[in-house]
Ligand binder design. Structure first.
Ligand code: SAM
Length: 287
């Protein structure tokens, strides 16, 4: 199969299969030939590993993963791409394409059944940007037996995810991801690397999943409710944001902040993971 990042090859495939891009499904296909080999290498695809890909498109990244990994399973929502992938990935006997919605599929079951003989499992994907946060959070929250998640996302999302917790650029997603994993920026990708080119710059990030969370938050429910309340009014002081939406009463908020040695006029964006975990434990004790 000639290179799947070649524009002529893509146009030929599209014409033969009567395929046109769906904006709604976030279809921007990679045409820069250097990106997928880099992603596959840095995403940890090797002879012992299984790789789960979300949104293979016409299979440009899938092929690079299949060349390196023991086994690749790719989940694609667009039924028009299933026959295309049958053609473009025909040379690989270690790839399975599943037609389905990555947000609804039983990914734990897929991993159990498909990667039983693999030493580790990694997720590697050029994500459809309209579901970046839900996909990442679903992968992390369901505690899948995966070692890392390497994904292409919008540069702004990458900057936010990789910002230090406790800095102005951090957000609720930064905190949630840092609870489950260690995120890091790998490299940027320009709009011209895609067909059609998106309006925004992209970036590839890698999140290494922690075997256990590093921080004792007391209760995950309290911790994530606190993060949600705090960041939904991030410019307000914690004394105000923690009472917004009925999360805590004024008295309980004051009591917990005092027990955690945090000044009531602090904003949530100024707290690092240790402080956030301490505050969560104090809220749990005060309720
Ligand atoms: N991997 C290809 C590449 O890099 O050229 C395509 C990436 S494109 C940005 C995103 C892909 O995700 C598209 O093929 C789209 O049809 C697919 N997709 C969108 N929503 C999905 C979902 N909920 N589950 C699985 N695949 C999805």
């Amino acid at each position: 199969m000639s290179s799947l990042s070649d524009i002529g090859t893509i146009k030929d495939i599209m014409q033969r299969h009567g395929f046109s891009f769906s904006k709604g499904l976030g279809q921007n296909f990679l045409v820069n030939p250097s990106v997928c080999p880099r992603m596959a290498e840095m995403g940890g695809a090797n002879e012992q590993s299984g790789v789960l890909e979300i949104g293979p498109g016409i299979g440009v990244l899938t092929a690079e993963l299949a060349r390196r990994a023991k086994r690749v399973v790719a989940v694609e929502l667009d039924d028009r791409l299933i026959p295309v992938l049958g053609e473009t990935l025909a040379e690989f006997d270690n790839v399975k394409v599943i037609h389905g919605d990555a947000l609804r599929l039983d990914l734990a079951g897929v991993i159990r059944e498909e990667f039983a003989d693999c030493e580790s499992v990694a997720v590697c994907a050029n994500l459809p940007y309209y579901i970046t946060s839900p996909i990442i959070m679903a992968l992390l929250e369901s505690r899948l037996p995966i070692s890392s998640v390497t994904v292409m996302v919008q540069k702004e999302a990458a900057d936010r995810i990789c910002a230090p917790v406790g800095s102005r650029d951090s957000g609720a997603l930064t905190v949630a991801i840092n609870y489950y994993a260690e995120p890091r920026m790998l490299f940027r990708v320009s709009p011209g690397s895609f067909m059609p080119p998106p309006k925004v710059t992209s970036a590839v990030i890698r999140m290494d999943i922690l075997p256990q969370p590093k921080y004792d938050v007391g209760s995950e429910k309290v911790f994530f409710d606190m993060v949600k309340a705090g960041f939904s009014q991030r410019r307000k002081t914690l004394a105000n944001s923690l009472t917004s939406g009925g999360f805590l009463s004024k008295e309980k908020a004051a009591q917990a902040l005092s027990a955690a040695c945090i000044a009531p006029n602090t904003r949530i964006e100024a707290l690092n993971m240790e402080k956030l975990a301490a505050l969560s434990r104090c809220i749990l004790e005060s309720t």
